[in-house]
Design a protein around this ligand. Structure first.
Ligand code: 3HC
Ligand code: NAI
Length: 697
């Protein structure tokens, strides 16, 4: 049963019971509505308590049902809430742990609400590109007040129940439980059993002293902040309707907004990302029951750009870190950078001084391997040279306690080779953080040929603890993200050869939604990094075609922001990318040398060449088993490479365009003599999916 019914004295207790979060799917709605019916007809029952089993009151509507007929099958959520609100006996919601979306809407349909302290309360529909569609936009402003309700609905952020209970005049919670929630809910139910009329949130007024000015102000704010997402403004209009319209008309407006948003590509992309994030945490042959190793102490080798940021992740999570370096100056520099980063957060009011002190107290440094031997996890972030890695891993093998996890943050080297430097390859894994490592969400977990399952399970669980999105990658050059970005960069280079300026390519990519176009990105990361990688490639794969423009740029010493000049010019101390006459001239000469007459290239062509280059390489990665699933690739690009969230990631985007259309366009590109026909050969998986009329999802 997805909702159970029992009677305690004169009170019926209905328990939503649909693990893991009591999602209000069809079966649960049906069982809950039937249980209310049973309470109505049971003469012994004078009042009802509704609660949730396990770790949630309810996480809301069952998102998995969206888009299927089950989502609206009777009783839908509005029907269920209607049945609860219309019950002739008082219904008390006993709310705990998580009360979100449709779960909160159901609670708002009850006559009374008792909440356990610490409960996370939210209407998070906006994060799925939706608005609360079962009365939330109408009842929450009535129960909590217009402004706090609008903040919750437009942000979707969870708020602690105690904070909400302190809002002046609020009628959201009748009581915050001080002891056992169920006892207190039963006591309230007994107290109000004979009270009539039954209080209904719909009968309250959603009032604001100056609604027109307030909503106009809010409209400007929300509109500015949510450019590419239609949901926040529709949320706002629905809340405005709660003030300006009678309840039933407001519900109608809400319903229309919900139905319209459900069909938008933005909502589909956000729902895809929600499930993709959760899917990424699962590894096909590593069951969730796999035991994990305890990680109470971490060591980081190298206090450079990455080592410092990596350490901060653990300090933030309350895990002590020891950083090891070869020289005291390097340690001092590394610690000073960590301090500077925290102090900037304190200055901006994002971190409290005492928290900063607590975090710094967890940090220690050393020059001696003997002092890190008892760490549970060590992450190496030293120079990207195999000889340096070899020396570090041999020393780690000698000093680390048995069972310690030995991780490398390498971005290009072979994790299996690194593992072979030790006598314990089963304990070696790649943990590829992205720069800045304390900020970027993505963590590629690189699974070596011998990496033990419990090591993987431990690292995946740890990633959650340090708030990273972990995606598993097999071993290959560049892993998932960088192997794909190389093809994207190659196309960006060909576009320059054919006539684009760096600014034109960046503008098109940024208009599509990338956080940064390829050339601004190159200037930020340092063009010399790609140069070094290409030099290696020229040796390894002499037949692979590259545009030479990026090499010519580096030969001019234009490495990017760090040298004050790259694809763009930079004024001293500034980060604004200014078009460069030097680069324009360099490109003109380069094209002339190749005998190319530059042509006008549309933004659409630019974007398709960049994005389909990603998609085709990803199809190879899937076929090779480097990436587990297409949605993992999307998570890599959404969380590590600034791919626009409202497009759901490159694979979701390709599915939206239709793989048939993607391949047709690729075949057109293949005919361009200045492009690379081989580049545009569809990966076998892509070709197969098209032949079978399928999509990546
Ligand atoms: N529907 C279906 N499945 C859900 C779900 C939901 N509303 N919420 C969570 N789940 C599933 C997840 O997919 C995951 O499944 P899996 O184990 O198969 O991967 C499982 O529950 C556990 O989820 P988490 O890993 O996220 O668990 P946490 O404990 O970290 O977090 C949570 C729990 C806070 C509830 C979080 O899952 C969450 O934020 N869920 C989304 C809540 C939400 O957006 N609700 C609104 C739904 S839309 C709605 O109600 C429309 C209505 O207004 C008409
Ligand atoms: P960095 O040059 O900023 O820092 C490396 C640090 O390692 C220096 O402080 C150096 O003193 C120290 N070091 C060198 N040899 C050592 C040894 N034998 N023992 C102890 N410490 C030693 O380099 P960065 O950028 O931090 O890169 C480190 C690793 O992270 C590399 O493998 C790199 O490929 C990888 N990486 C870098 C990213 C980036 O954007 N910088 C992104 C993801 C991974």
């Amino acid at each position: 049963m997805t909702a159970t019914y029992e009677v305690r004295g004169h009170i019926a207790v209905i328990t939503l019971s649909n693990p893991p979060v009591n999602g209000l799917g069809f079966a649960t709605r049906k069982a809950a509505a039937a249980a209310i019916g049973q309470a109505e007809s049971d003469a012994q029952v004078q009042a009802v308590v509704i609660t949730g089993a396990g770790k949630a009151f309810s996480g809301g509507a069952d998102i998995k049902e969206f888009g299927s007929p089950l989502a609206m099958a009777a009783p839908n959520l509005l029907d269920l809430i209607g049945v609860v609100e219309a019950c002739s006996k008082p219904v008390v919601a006993a709310i705990h742990s998580v009360c979100m979306g449709g779960g909160l809407e159901l609670a708002l349909g009850c006559h009374y609400r008792v909440v356990a302290p610490g409960t996370k309360v939210a209407l998070p529909e906006v994060k799925l590109g939706l608005l609360p569609g079962a009365g939330g936009t109408q009842r929450l402003p009535r129960a909590l007040g217009v402004e706090p309700a609008l903040n919750m609905i437009v942000s979707g952020e969870p708020v602690n129940a105690e904070l909400l209970a302190q809002v002046p005049g609020q009628k959201l919670f009748d009581r915050v439980a001080s002891g056992d929630l169920m006892e207190e809910a039963l006591a309230l139910a007994a107290e109000v059993a004979q009270v009539r009329p039954l209080p209904r949130v719909r009968d309250l007024k959603a009032r604001h002293a100056n609604p027109e000015a307030y909503f106009q102000f809010a409209r400007n704010m929300v509109g500015g902040m949510s450019k590419n997402f239609p949901a926040p403004l529709r949320c706002l209009e629905a809340v405005a309707a709660a003030v300006s319209k009678p309840f039933d008309e407001g519900i109608k407006a809400e319903r229309e907004g919900f139905a319209a948003l459900m069909m938008t590509p933005e909502s589909k992309a956000l729902r895809h990302a929600f499930f993709a994030e959760r899917a990424a945490s699962k590894i096909a042959d590593v069951p969730e029951s796999t035991p994990t190793r305890t990680i109470a102490k971490v060591a980081v080798i190298g206090a450079g750009t990455m080592g410092g940021g990596i350490s901060m992740n653990f300090l933030n999570a309350g895990i002590p870190v020891t950083i090891l370096e070869t020289k005291q100056e390097a340690l001092d520099r590394g610690v000073a950078t960590i301090k500077k980063n925290y102090e900037a957060q304190v200055k901006k009011g994002k971190l409290k001084e005492d928290k900063y002190q607590q975090r710094m107290a967890l940090l220690s440094t050393t020059l001696s391997y003997a002092e890190i031997g008892d760490a549970d996890l060590v992450i190496e972030a030293v120079f990207e040279e195999i000889g340096v890695k070899e020396s570090v891993f041999k020393q780690l093998d000698a000093v680390m306690k048995p069972g310690a996890i030995l991780a490398s943050n390498t971005s290009t080297l072979d994790v299996n080779k690194i593992a072979s430097f030790t006598q314990r390859p089963q304990d070696v894994v790649g943990m590829h953080f992205f720069s800045p490592a304390n900020v970027m969400k993505l963590l590629e977990v690189v699974r070596g040929a011998h990496t033990a399952k419990d090591v993987l399970a431990t690292v995946m669980a740890l990633a959650k603890k340090i708030r990273k999105t972990a995606v598993v990658s097999g071993v290959c050059d560049g892993f998932i993200g960088n192997r794909m970005i190389e093809q994207y960069s190659r196309q960006a280079g060909f576009l320059l050869d054919e006539g684009c300026s760096p600014a034109q390519v960046d503008r098109a990519a940024e208009k599509f939604g990338f956080a940064m176009g390829p050339f601004r990105m190159g200037d930020l990361a340092g063009n010399d990094i790609g140069w070094a990688i290409r030099k290696r490639r020229y040796q390894e794969k002499p037949n692979l075609r590259y545009s030479k423009s990026a090499d010519l740029l580096c030969e001019l010493g234009r490495y990017g922001q760090k040298t004050g000049a790259g694809w763009y010019d930079y004024a001293p101390g500034k980060r604004d990318a200014l078009p460069s006459a030097v680069v324009a001239e360099m490109l003109d000469k380069h094209r002339a040398a190749l005998g190319i007459t530059p042509r006008q290239i549309s933004d659409e062509e630019i974007v398709h060449r960049l994005v389909y280059a990603l998609v085709n390489e990803a199809a190879h990665l899937l076929e090779e088993g480097i990436a587990q699933r297409a949605s993992d690739v999307d998570m890599v690009y959404l969380t590590g490479y600034g791919f626009p969230l409202w497009r759901g990631g490159p694979m979701c985007y390709a599915d939206t365009v239709g793989l048939f259309n993607v391949v047709q366009t690729m075949q057109r590109f293949a005919k361009n003599p200045l492009d690379d026909a081989e580049f545009w050969q569809p990966a076998p998986l892509l070709a197969r999916l098209v032949a079978e009329g399928k999509s990546f999802s």
